[in-house]
Design a protein around this ligand. Structure first.
Ligand SMILES: O=P(O)(O)OC[C@H]1O[C@H](OP(=O)(O)OP(=O)(O)O)[C@H](O)[C@@H]1O
Ligand SMILES: Nc1ncnc2[nH]cnc12
Length: 176
């Protein structure tokens, strides 16, 4: 049986020298790969009762929208600063290669809603941790953080687990 890694391309030195960029566009582009990924994401989340999926810009939107349709939930976007039209709350964070700010509409989630946070890749965990803070500030509960790719060497899984999160990833690149 095909492995998700068969569909993921690695591009060395992008966007800066020294980064091995794990490119999921080749996975998204392949009809068998995309379906296999969604099947595995549904399985990873299947045991949870959830109201909503929150996806992180940009690749988390592709995953999150398709997954929300499969699971019959709503979808909420966590976006880079300056993109959302309504009133927002914001959190800043450090990246593997930079710094950024993410925002969430202040009325995007209600108190007590059960949310799954999703993105394509977990590296340092800075982006996901900022997303968790946004969800938490609206009084909603993140019941799991779900990623296609984990880069455990960068410590993101450990960070999110220390924050009490259930972390679910489909593939990992370790020491590679
Ligand atoms: O765990 P972290 O160290 O925070 O890194 C993970 C984040 O980095 C990538 O996005 P990127 O910031 O490159 O933005 P993009 O999706 O808009 O290209 C990836 O899609 C995650 O969102
Ligand atoms: N190595 C990597 N590949 C793809 N996206 C990333 N985001 C942060 N680090 C990354």
């Amino acid at each position: 049986m095909a492995d998700l890694k068969d569909y993921i391309r690695t591009i060395p030195d992008f966007p800066v020298p020294g980064i091995q960029f794990r490119d999921v566009t080749t996975l998204f582009a392949h009809r068998d790969g995309f379906r296999l990924m969604l099947d595995q994401l549904v399985e990873a989340i299947g045991d949870l009762e959830i109201d909503c999926i929150a996806g992180i810009e940009a690749r988390g939107f592709v995953l999150g929208g398709a997954l929300a349709d499969r699971l019959g939930t709503g979808f909420v976007p966590i976006r880079k600063k300056g993109k959302l039209p309504g009133k927002t709350i914001e959190e800043s964070y450090q990246l593997e290669y930079g710094e950024a700010v993410v925002e969430l509409h202040e009325d995007a989630l209600s108190k007590g809603e059960r949310v799954v946070l999703i993105d394509d890749l977990l590296a340092t965990g800075g982006t996901a941790a900022a997303g968790l803070r946004l969800i938490d500030r609206l009084g909603a509960t993140t019941v799991a953080c779900v990623f296609v790719i984990d880069l455990p060497d960068l410590g993101g899984r450990k960070l999110l687990e220390e924050l009490g999160q259930s972390v679910r990833c489909l593939v990992a690149y370790e020491g590679e």
